[in-house]
Design a protein around this ligand. Structure first.
Ligand SMILES: [Zn+2]
Length: 114
């Protein structure tokens, strides 16, 4: 859950990190991976498999009720963003997801379930 500064609590577990990234992975890399998974969860995405870094696609599952698709995406495409008023906006709709009009309610429901 983002705080007012827009930072996120770290995920409880360290995600499986791509073997390529693991070589020489710094504490900063690991923290970035944990943060990415936490932000993704907040935005309705669960990491499947390894986290491949922000500049490489990873496999994610959309957790919105009625969707559940598995999609390879860049982290930057699922992390959401802040609008001018500082409110968090969900990530853009992916192909085949719920209609835009239903996504906001589904995301709210997901966040309340967590
Ligand atoms: Zn979806």
């Amino acid at each position: 859950m983002p705080d007012k500064k827009g930072t996120y609590e770290m995920a409880d577990q360290i995600p499986e990190i791509s073997p390529v990234l693991k070589q020489g992975a710094s504490r900063r890399n690991i923290d970035a991976a944990r943060n990415a998974v936490a932000v993704a969860l907040f935005n309705g995405w669960t990491l499947l498999g390894t986290y491949n870094g922000s500049d490489t696609r990873s496999l994610w599952r959309c957790e919105l009720k009625g969707c559940g698709q598995q999609v390879e995406k860049f982290y930057s495409h699922i992390r959401g963003r802040k609008d001018k008023e500082g409110n968090w906006k969900p990530s853009p709709r992916h192909k085949g997801c719920l209609p835009s009009a239903k996504r906001e309610a589904a995301l709210k429901e997901w966040r309340e379930r967590k």
